[in-house]
Design a protein around this ligand. Sequence first.
Ligand code: SF4
Length: 215
Amino acid sequence: MRAATQRTLQTAVSDRLTIGEILIRRSGENGFVLTHRDDERENQLEIFRNPESASSIARNDDRGRYRPLKTAPNLRHGWRLEVATGEELQCALDYFYPGRLEVFASWKQGELRTTSFRETLDRQTGMYRIAAQISNGEADEVIGNFCRSDGGCLRTILWKRDQSGMMPSSKLPPEKFDPTHAQEANAIPLICQEACNLLVAECRKAVKGENASGL
Ligand code: SF4
């Protein structure tokens, strides 16, 4: 899968490309420069040249708070990462957005399997088993709030609510479920193929009547 992902990435990066909050530009014959999208014209950036530096860059937000969800729209600013090859680019992006390139490559090849929200909840064990008791109305609210792109998560949702094929939430705009929406702007979409552990935890809180938390 790694070779397929590499091919997909190389094809996608023409001159400039975005993925999530990251802008990727070609540099020289084989290299790439990555910055926060907001920092495209910023000159006073801290320079990194090791792709593994992406791990520390992605760890905390601008205020130094830990980022539990790497696809939340709170990537810190002020850095420039220069990588020498496509392999290093893939490595860096795997730190910024773990697993997202492989999911994108699977989706491009028509091989991506998704898991419905109810299936994900039904397989929970231990303290998270109770999350499956969430009603569809509550789930509509929780997903609409937790997964929203402005302040929640940048991923495009491809999972459905249940076997009926219902959309997960009526509170989210149609583009939240459309990976081609991001591609029109020369971007690799961050795809969500199943509800994450953080969303499951929010559902548990809703069932238990605890206040839902933001990220
Ligand atoms: S379920 Fe998917 S879209 Fe929602 S917050 Fe988790 S990763 Fe993001």
